[in-house]
Design a protein around this ligand. Sequence first.
Ligand code: DQA
Length: 147
Amino acid sequence: MNVLVIHGPNLNLLGTREPQTYGTQTLDDVDARIAREAAELGMTVRCVQHNSEGAIVDELHAARGNVDGIAINPGAYTHYAYAIRDAIAAIAVPTVEVHLSNTSAREEFRRTSIVAPVCLGTVAGFGIESYALALRALAASHARKPV
Ligand code: DQA
């Protein structure tokens, strides 16, 4: 199984960005955790980070037909970026929405996800482990898929 992980805006600042909310681990630490989980699941994984909405849309388009699953943390785009939602719907690759923080327990504007309806599901609130859980969800969903 071939999986793409997309980190959205500001996640390159992990480790120093609002550590009380996002912890002190860096994006490299997150990617190392993802690589470890992927190896355990027998997956091939590639992680990318983009700050701009268009770059994320381009990444989603390039993934079409080339990966079996996507885990995406769209950052603040989660709450208003309809182009990302439309790209996920357009490419028809099973996608899991991921968040480090529990967005439902934070400010009102974070309680709305416009990507959630086009994703298999959402994992939020478990810090770095949210990504490992998202890979597990993709693996389970892939295994259930009729051939
Ligand atoms: C986030 C939650 C978003 O609301 C926020 O804008 C982020 C990070 C998370 O992983 O918890 O940038 O996606």
